[in-house]
Design a protein around this ligand. Structure first.
Ligand code: HEC
Length: 198
């Protein structure tokens, strides 16, 4: 191979690389959509590369360990304690966890889990009843549900919470694009589906 060939080879490489870059749309909204190039916005992952579609795993569920807030009483007028029975929001304590102590921004991959406890007669936190979870997917995964996946655990004593504090995914009562959850969570202020941000 002579110098001319080497130069031509290098040139075609440069051309190929620059055309790849041009063909890739850049997202301008702070979200990283599949096939888009990261724009450094809030919803990019930390190393600023495109994220692969997210699949909820037990490890992801287990990673929600930072307490965001502990609540009792109603939030945004919703008397719904997620404890699997008709017990009111005033009779329960709900601890909300995530991977960080704030969910003011919810990049794809954000997980939020909720532990519902029955209150003791003196108002203190009693026994754990059930855990529920939500995970934010890439933009476009479920536009009608703001791209959140919902996880409903059973409240029947089958889960050993000392092993899986946010529930056992293999025993989930329902997982996915759950209209029954989203119908109510759509009422959260700002459409972010998170009542704790209201
Ligand atoms: C009738 C309304 C309603 C329905 C239905 C509902 N939720 Fe909620 N959810 C709430 C409210 C209100 C909160 C705020 C925290 C609290 O008061 O306990 C909440 C909080 C949560 C949170 C913590 C994040 C946040 O939004 O603050 C998770 C996780 C969650 N719910 C999961 C679910 C799942 C999974 C389902 C379906 C199986 C579901 N929810 C169905 C009303 C509802």
């Amino acid at each position: 191979m002579n110098l001319k060939h080497v130069t031509l080879l290098l040139l075609s490489f440069v051309l190929l690389l620059s055309s790849c870059k041009k063909d890739k749309p850049t997202c301008g909204d702070g979200n990283v959509d599949v096939g888009e190039e990261c724009d450094g916005g809030a919803n990019c992952n930390t190393d600023c590369t495109n994220m692969a579609p997210i699949t909820l795993t037990q490890a992801i569920l287990d990673g929600s360990t930072s307490l965001v807030v502990s609540l009792t009483g109603q939030q945004n007028g919703q008397d719904f304690a997620h404890n699997g029975s008709g017990i009111s929001s005033d009779s329960t304590t709900r601890d909300i966890f995530s991977t960080a102590s704030s969910v003011s921004a919810t990049p794809a991959g954000t997980i939020v889990t909720k532990h519902t406890y029955l209150n003791n007669p003196d108002g203190s936190k009693g026994a754990l009843q059930v855990t529920f979870a939500m995970i934010k997917h890439l933009e476009g995964w479920w536009p009608a549900g703001n791209d959140w996946e919902y996880v409903m655990m059973p409240n029947d004593g089958t889960i050993d919470y000392s092993v899986t504090p946010n529930g056992d995914l293999s025993k989930a009562a329902a997982v996915g694009q759950l209209d029954s959850c989203d119908g109510c969570h759509a009422l959260a202020d700002g459409g972010d589906r998170l009542f704790i941000n209201d």
